[in-house]
Design a protein around this ligand. Structure first.
Ligand code: CP
Ligand code: NVA
Length: 331
C-alpha cells in the first residue's frame, strides 16, 4: 500500500484497503513504541500545525508523534500568525509549502482545508473541520478493535447517539460505512446527517456490506458492542443554539438506562472528548446556568465506568496520527 505524498482531508478520499492499512500501521507503531524500538521515519522533516480552533488531543498527538519520529513542528494559530486577518489561507499555504514538508490543519469549513491543500504543494492533514474529523475515526476504530478481541470491524455493532449532524456524526457514519460495520446513528430528525451524507454512506455500504440505520429511536442500541457519543454543541456553534440543542438531545443522553437498553451487559462506551460529563468545565457550568442540568451527553457515572476505554481512545489519537504522518511523509 502506498499513500506517500497524499493529503488526508476526509475518509471519502480513501479506499477501505488504504484505511485498513493506516489502522494496521498505527498498531505496528504502537507496538514498536511500547517495546522501546521505535524506528524514526520522519528525520529532518518539518511540519506546520495551523489550528484555527482550540485543541488538546489532536495538537499533542501531532506534536508528540512528529517528535518521536524525528520531525520538527511549528504551531500557528490565528492570534500569533498573519493567518486570517492579514493573509489569506491560500497565500499562507503557498508560504508554508515552501518551508514545510507537511501541514496539519484544524478549523472551520472543509472548504478551508481544501484551499490549503490546493495551494500548499505538500501533504495536508485534517485535524478537524466543521464537517469531518477523520484522524479521530482511525483512533476510534483502532480502539474498537483492541476492545473487541477476535472481531474485525465488519463484525462490530456501533451505535452513535447524540448530535449526528456534526463532524463526529458525519465521520462515524462514513468511516463505518467504508469499513463494513453495523452502524446505527441515533439522533432526533433535525440532528441526523444530511441526506447527502446518508446517501454517500449507502453508496459505500453497497461495496462494504455495511448495515446502516439512521433513526430517532433509542431502541436501535439493541445488541450494540459500542455506544459512542460527542458533545451536544460543537466548537464554533453559536451560544444561541445551546438551549434548543439541549432540549432536543436530553432524551439521547448516554446513561445507565440507555446502556441497559442495548441488552448487552458488556457494551462499551466511546467518546472523542472533550466531554461535559460533570461541572468541572466553564462551558459545563454555563450550560447548567442556562438549563439547570448538571450532566449532558453522558452521565458522570457512565463516563467514569468507561474511562479506561475512553482514555485508550484518546491515547490512540497519537498512534493513529503518527501512522498518517509516516504513511504520507515517511521514508
Ligand atoms: N478529540 C479531539 O479532537 O480532541 P481535541 O479537541 O482536544 O483535539
Ligand atoms: N464535535 C466536536 C468534536 C471535538 C473533538 C467539536 O467539533 O467541537
Amino acid at each position: 500500500m502506498n499513500i506517500h505524498g497524499r493529503h488526508f482531508l476526509k475518509e471519502l478520499d480513501f479506499t477501505a484497503s488504504e484505511w485498513q492499512y493506516l489502522i494496521e500501521l498505527a498498531r505496528e507503531l504502537k507496538r514498536e513504541r511500547a517495546a522501546g524500538a521505535e524506528r524514526q521515519r520522519l528525520v529532518g522533516k518539518s511540519i506546520a500545525l495551523v489550528f484555527e480552533k482550540t485543541s488538546t488531543r489532536t495538537r499533542c498527538a501531532f506534536e508528540v508523534s512528529a517528535h518521536e519520529q524525528g520531525a520538527h513542528t511549528t504551531y500557528l494559530d490565528p492570534l500569533s500568525s498573519q493567518l486570517g486577518h492579514k493573509e489569506s489561507l491560500a497565500d499562507t499555504a503557498r508560504v508554508l509549502g515552501r518551508m514545510f514538508h507537511g501541514i496539519g490543519y484544524r478549523g472551520f469549513g472543509q472548504d478551508r482545508i481544501e484551499t490549503l491543500a490546493a495551494h500548499a504543494g505538500v501533504p495536508v492533514w485534517n485535524g478537524l473541520t466543521d464537517e469531518w474529523h477523520p484522524t479521530q475515526m482511525l483512533a476510534d476504530q483502532l480502539t474498537m478493535l483492541e476492545h473487541a478481541p477476535g472481531k474485525e470491524l465488519r463484525d462490530v455493532k456501533l451505535a452513535y447517539v447524540g448530535d449526528a449532524r456534526s463532524n463526529i456524526g458525519n465521520s462515524v457514519l462514513i468511516s463505518g460505512a467504508l469499513m463494513g460495520m453495523d452502524m446505527r446513528i441515533i439522533a432526533p430528525a433535525q440532528l441526523q446527517p444530511t441526506a447527502e451524507v446518508q446517501a454517500t454512506a449507502k453508496r459505500l455500504s453497497a461495496n462494504s456490506s455495511a448495515k446502516i440505520e439512521v433513526t430517532d429511536e433509542l431502541s436501535a442500541v439493541d445488541g450494540a458492542d459500542f455506544i459512542y457519543t460527542d458533545v451536544w454543541v460543537s466548537m464554533g456553534e453559536a451560544k444561541e443554539l445551546w438551549h434548543e440543542r439541549l432540549e432536543l438531545l436530553r432524551p439521547y443522553q448516554v446513561n445507565a438506562t440507555l446502556l441497559r437498553r442495548s441488552g448487552n451487559p458488556a457494551v462499551k462506551v466511546l467518546h472523542c472528548l472533550p466531554s461535559y460529563h460533570d461541572l468541572d468545565t466553564e462551558i459545563g457550568r454555563q450550560l447548567r446556568d442556562m438549563t439547570g442540568a448538571s450532566e449532558f451527553e453522558v452521565t458522570n457515572e457512565v463516563f467514569q465506568q468507561h474511562a479506561a476505554i475512553i482514555f485508550d481512545e484518546a491515547e490512540n489519537r497519537m498512534h493513529t496520527i503518527k501512522a498518517v504522518l509516516v504513511a504520507t511523509l515517511g521514508e
